[in-house]
Design a protein around this ligand. Structure first.
Ligand SMILES: O=C(O)CCC(=O)C(=O)O
Ligand SMILES: [Fe+2]
Length: 346
């Protein structure tokens, strides 16, 4: 074994460093009356952490429970059934299994996911009504409810940056054919406890930043693993630090975890932080190795939205260009990671 391999192995086996960082919980109650206060809290969280939890958001626990039930119904279908609605990179919609490789790990995430959109991108990508009766209606109803909450957050971020109240809402209008917003159902598989016979680590969601405007993440109580690692300076950097913080949303209060994505970071001239996060690959005794469900709602800009911050730090791009550039950077970083690993092979 070479010296570098030994170093890497030692690093992989070292216990994870954790630090406590506050992840604020922000109430959206009496939104119209309290909008200035809520804006101040959201801006502070976006500037200093990039992650926050929202409560009193008007999506009921029953609604969240029902969409998780629908998600389980979907994922319990046989693979050959789910394969009727395969993931299409061009449409950013559909089902994939053990297929996503993150530049941070160079290995597949051990999970399956199903990405849904509001409009034409979903043509042919819903399972038939006789396979999953009621699924499509319930999923779309949930997505519209999450969009309503997103709209409130967008009003606050627009105010915080000095734009008109509806500036971001218009740029993310899910009623338009140009909408790119995605709701992603996620299902992580139970993984063998370490040490396992091969020593293999099963990645869940390797460290990454989201490239959307704002992500709203729904989790199930008792299925932990989400961790953040702030300290990123600009929206184009792939560097990340080393001390992680566990995000434990208050399930009693039906909290939804939100995070600023690269798009909002860039649109705010890097004032609001898009933060590295991961669903930890379970590898230490206290980690959660069980099956895990989550739902991520990615607010994406309409293809023709014009994106530029108030200080014009970055050149103006359209929503379509921003997404294409982000995917291109991700692809390049992945190729570089895989090439480095190839070089290291004895
Ligand atoms: O499943 C989770 O809790 C997080 C997923 C995530 O970060 C993502 O898909 O971007
Ligand atoms: Fe993410």
């Amino acid at each position: 074994m070479s010296e570098t391999q030994l170093d890497l192995k030692a690093l992989a086996m070292a216990p994870t460093k954790y630090v406590d960082r506050p992840v604020p919980t922000i109430s959206l109650s009496d939104f119209n009356l309290r909008v200035d206060q809520i804006t101040a809290e959201l801006v502070d969280a976006a500037e200093n952490v990039g992650f926050f939890c929202i409560v009193d958001h008007d999506i009921s626990r029953a609604t969240v429970d029902r969409i998780f039930d629908q998600s389980a119904r979907f994922f319990h279908q046989a693979d050959h059934v789910k394969a009727r609605v395969p993931f299409s990179p061009q449409h950013n919609a559909g089902w994939e299994k053990n297929a996503q490789i993150r530049p941070s790990t160079g290995a597949v995430d051990r999970k399956e996911s199903y990405q849904m959109q509001f409009g034409a991108g979903m043509n042919g990508r819903w399972l038939d009504e006789d396979v999953l009766p009621g699924f499509q209606d319930e999923a779309l109803d949930f997505m519209h409810q999450v969009q309503c909450v997103s709209d409130k957050l967008m009003v606050c971020f627009a105010r915080g940056l000095g734009f008109e109240d509806d500036y971001f809402i218009k740029a993310h209008d899910v009623g338009r054919p140009e909408s790119q917003t995605v709701c992603r159902l996620l299902h992580y598989f139970e993984t063998p406890r370490l040490p396992n016979p091969t020593g293999e680590v099963f990645h869940r969601a390797g460290a990454h930043a989201d490239w959307d405007f704002l992500t709203l993440l729904f989790q199930k109580a008792g299925q932990s693993g989400l961790e953040i690692c702030p300290g990123r300076e600009v929206s184009t950097s792939f560097g990340y630090g080393d001390a992680w913080t566990k995000v434990e949303p208050d399930s009693e209060r039906n909290a939804v975890v939100c995070n600023v994505g690269d798009l909002l970071m860039s649109w705010s001239d890097d004032r609001f932080k898009s933060t590295f996060h991961r669903v930890k690959a379970p590898c230490e005794p206290d980690d959660y190795y069980g099956e895990r469900y989550s739902i991520a709602f990615f607010n994406q800009p309409c293809k023709d939205a014009k994106i530029q911050g108030p200080q014009k730090k970055y050149p103006l791009v359209t929503g379509e260009e921003f997404t294409r550039n982000a995917m291109g950077r991700n692809f390049k970083a992945l190729q570089e990671k895989l090439a480095r690993e190839e070089e290291r092979r004895p």
